[in-house]
Design a binder for this molecule. Structure first.
Ligand SMILES: Nc1ncnc2c1ncn2[C@@H]1O[C@H](COP(=O)(O)OP(=O)(O)OP(=O)(O)O)[C@@H](O)[C@H]1O
Ligand SMILES: [Mg+2]
Length: 227
């Protein structure tokens, strides 16, 4: 479903060119629960941002569900992202002045769905991720784990094909991080949503059905695992 072929990405940092990805190839099937590991600076975030249509590709090709991403205009990438991809950021990126409910519902409001449907879908999902009774709280009145659950609900509400999560547990204690992984795994199982996440955390890697290791912008290993 996601085909990544010889993908390259360079950043210019002053006079220096940084080769963040040096020709990465992999196939990701529908319904996978895949972890991308590797040391700091190995290219994990860069790869997720390219798959997530957040940044442009410098060489090679990525296609998602048959749609090629290279050489697209920024506006077209936004459309693909809006319809197919949910993103969970390490730092949650919730809107502080909105309640948990509003942070999730806003995604459907932007798609201009009917009010009743927005309410029904948002409430159902917030309960599914364990936030019953906390719908009206702002992020500052929620724990880190609860905020990350709101972020996961926001990524899932439009029922994307793919959820990309960049170190989703990095700001959580290990118990809360594990609960979040169980939640993502359950949604992966129940809905068949594809999850691709990056991590440094061995506990997170333990949950992955496939573990791909990056090193200096190249794939060092890629193995399926039984969990
Ligand atoms: N905007 C940028 N400008 C210049 N260099 C960048 C930029 N973003 C990333 N890089 C460089 O590209 C390389 C890959 O960075 P990336 O953020 O993908 O690594 P990472 O594996 O996610 O690291 P971490 O585990 O620390 O999050 C690094 O050498 C980094 O310094
Ligand atoms: Mg990173």
């Amino acid at each position: 479903m996601i085909t990544i072929k010889d993908v390259k990405k360079d950043y210019i940092d002053g006079d220096i060119k940084v080769h963040a990805l040096r020709g990465v190839s992999m196939e990701i099937e529908r319904g996978e629960f895949l972890s991308i590991a590797g040391p700091s600076g190995s290219g994990k975030t860069t790869l997720l941002n390219l798959i997530g249509c957040i940044d442009s590709i410098d060489g090679g090709e990525i296609s998602i569900d048959g749609e090629e991403l290279a050489r697209r205009k920024a506006k077209e990438l936004v459309e693909i992202r809006r319809h197919k991809i949910g993103f969970v950021f390490q730092s949650f990126n919730l809107i502080p002045v909105l309640s948990a409910y509003e942070n999730v519902a806003i995604v459907l409001e932007m798609l201009e769905l009917p009010r009743g449907e927005i309410r029904e879908r948002t409430m159902t999902l917030l309960h599914e991720v364990g936030l019953e009774g906390m719908e009206n709280r702002r992020p500052s009145k929620l724990s880190g784990g609860q905020q990350q659950r709101v972020a996961v609900a926001r990524a899932l509400i439009k029922e994307p094909l793919i959820v990309l999560a960049d170190e989703p547990t990095a700001n959580l204690d290990s118990g809360t991080g594990e609960a979040l992984l169980k939640l993502m795994k359950r949604i992966n199982h129940d809905r068949g949503t594809t999850f691709v996440f990056s991590t440094h955390d061995p506990m997170v890697m333990d949950y992955a059905g496939r573990l791909c290791r990056l090193h200096d912008g190249e794939i060092e290993s890629d193995e399926k695992r039984s969990v």
